[in-house]
Ligand binder design. Structure first.
Ligand code: 9G3
Length: 579
């Protein structure tokens, strides 16, 4: 392919909003273009990479027994009403109406659509298991789209749904997808780990997030080097501190002027933060976003609350738990912002972390301005509506599996596998006749890969100061042949000979024959990130070229034949490594 004929627009500068390396580089290299906030278009180079990621996904999904279909992006509200989720996703769900004012959404995911297909067409155990998948555009109206393809409002997802006869069947389907995802992300060159994840609002029992390691990732990953435990911070269990055997002292309310934070009250009273109780005040919202209740959560003063755990405890959608308006909450519950404690609250659900009952003589707000109460003990001085593990694990806390101190890292969620169970098949009547002609509910799993997000994750992991450093299996082209002087007949002839020989071996070559200064061509080759660069310059007449790998190392003068044979060896080996 001649660069002079290609539609490639590399940029020197990008909009200030692009901060993440992948966002900056995918714009600068001409791979994507912003249409509107959170919506991107794929330009030729970007589309080639997208195709390669999709084809890796497709090959592995087909090899795993998945069958590809393509469902509509537009979805009728009726199916979401049936599954009970039409109201569960607030403004993130992109709703539209047709000319007859019928309600639809632009599909954020397709559990309802796939279940509807299957329930109408599968009726016997002989037809199960089945695993259908699609690679399709999804829509989620993110409040704050950012980081380019990393968190966009329109994105490309491979989503698969498995339908089995029973739990055992689902376990096998889940493991099959888990292993398939491992192959897919390995082939993409990603450094990743499957981590235990929270199943959130979609219910079900097990879930793993395939997380690509990246310091800019939005996922906080907790892991243990000793036993290989890995989980998202939201999912990780945080073990309770050992119970205290100290005697209970008499409670006493003291004047603590202006000590609104744990830090201030601990310093003022000469206590450790771990001897205090921290209050977090929430309001819960109904489907119309009206406040329908108050929640006061209490954890040890040196801990943080894990809000996902509270959401799951209350069985409410994620957007239905928000920080309370403290003035309004005070009128209803008697709490006092900055001085809230568990004694004397009313009209509010009190949730106390599981380790609090085992602790002794804690200091908490007295629900009175400028006052705290010392020596509070659960059971004697206060009770809770719910006692549950709602604390967030912190770096250095004991691993919930082996006790070694856990470490934190960050990552980008590029895939997620879920055991859904019967949540959708029950709600939508997806049943089959078993061997005894008895009606059984199908058991489902669902499996997503953020295809466009995977591209961004690869760039996050593979770039340097000069641009992108594509892993060979997903590079837009494998080799760039940079002609120093396109008008020089010897140079062009040799370049085209090299292109022809490599192309004959199935290697994708772009010849940079643009009428540009060599420096511009070298910078663009590094920015776009072609794995191999062969420079044809003034020694073309002697058949000598320069061979350089994008992954580093110096440029080397070799014969054109040597360059072709090295490039072939490197590229074909990389393309066949997974076979
Ligand atoms: C919605 C909106 C946003 C959503 C969902 C529904 C996330 C929703 C969870 C999943 C689970 C799996 C199949 C592929 C893999 C992920 N955000 N989820 O259900 F209406 Cl607006 O999508 N689905």
């Amino acid at each position: 392919m001649k660069m002079s004929k290609m539609y490639i627009r590399t940029l020197r500068e990008v909009p200030a909003e692009a901060e993440l390396p992948s966002h900056v580089l995918m714009l600068r290299s001409g791979m994507i273009r912003k249409i509107v906030s959170g919506v991107y278009g794929y330009m030729p180079l970007g589309k080639r990479v997208l195709n390669k990621v999709e084809n890796i996904v497709r090959e592995e999904m087909d090899a795993a027994g998945g069958q590809e279909i393509l469902m509509s992006a537009i979805q009728p509200a009726e199916l979401w009403v049936e599954s009970g989720r039409w109201g569960a996703y607030g403004p993130e769900m992109w709703r539209v109406k047709d000319r007859n004012s019928r309600e639809f959404c632009l599909g954020p995911t397709h559990e309802e659509i796939f279940t509807d297909i299957i329930r109408n067409e599968v009726s016997s155990y002989r037809q199960l298991p089945v695993n259908l998948y699609q690679i399709q555009t999804k829509y989620r109206d993110e409040a704050r789209p950012r980081f380019g393809l990393m968190r966009s409002r329109e994105f490309i997802m491979k989503d698969a749904y498995s339908f089995d006869r029973d739990q055992e069947g689902l376990d096998a389907s889940y493991q099959n997808m888990y292993d398939t995802y491992t192959r897919i992300f390995n082939r993409c060159g990603l450094k990743f780990a499957p981590v235990e994840a929270d199943t959130g609002a979609i219910g079900g029992s097990d879930s793993h997030e395939f997380t690509a390691f990246a310091e800019n990732g939005e996922s906080q990953i907790v892991y243990c080097e000793k036993c290989n435990m890995a989980a998202t911070d939201e999912r990780a269990e945080c073990v309770d501190a050992p119970a205290s055997d100290a005697a209970m002292l008499a409670a006493e309310t003291v004047h603590t002027p202006g000590t609104k934070t744990i830090e201030e009250v601990a310093n003022f009273l000469g206590l450790e933060k771990s001897q205090t109780i921290k209050a977090l005040l929430y309001e819960t919202l109904d489907d119309d976003y009206n406040v329908n209740g108050y929640v006061a959560a209490f954890v040890r003063g040196d801990r943080e609350v894990n809000e996902i755990k509270i959401i799951n405890l209350l069985g409410i959608p994620e957007h239905a738990l928000v920080m309370a308006n403290e003035e309004k909450m005070a009128e209803v519950t008697g709490c006092v912002g900055g001085f809230t404690g568990p004694v004397g609250l009313k009209n509010c659900k009190i949730i106390v972390d599981s380790e609090i009952p085992g602790l002794r003589n804690l200091c908490a707000g007295a629900n009175q301005v400028d006052h705290h109460t010392l020596n509070l003990n659960y059971g004697r001085d206060f009770e809770a509506d719910i006692v549950a593990n709602i604390k967030m694990i912190a770096e250095g806390d004991p691993c919930p599996v082996c006790g070694a101190p856990v470490k934190f890292t960050r990552g980008i969620e590029v895939g997620q596998v879920f055991k859904l169970g019967t949540k959708y098949s029950e709600a939508m009547g997806a049943t089959y006749k078993d061997e005894n002609m008895k009606d059984q509910v199908m058991v489902m799993g669902c499996y997503g890969i953020g295809v466009s997000r995977t591209m961004a994750a690869i760039v996050e992991q593979y770039h340097d100061d000069n641009g992108i450093v594509w892993p060979i299996p997903v590079a837009p082209y494998h080799v760039t042949v940079t002609v120093v002087k396109a008008k020089d007949a010897d140079q062009m002839a040799l370049a085209e000979k090299i292109e022809a020989e490599l192309s004959a071996k199935g290697i994708e070559v772009v010849v940079d024959d643009r009428d540009e200064r060599p420096g511009v061509k070298f910078k663009d080759a590094d920015l776009i990130g072609f794995p191999v660069r062969i420079v044809v310059g003034k020694k073309a007449a002697e058949g000598i070229v320069e061979y350089k790998l994008r992954t580093g190392g110096d440029a080397e003068e070799v014969t054109a034949e040597e360059a072709v044979s090295r490039a072939s060896e490197l590229i074909l080996t990389a393309l066949n490594a997974h076979k």
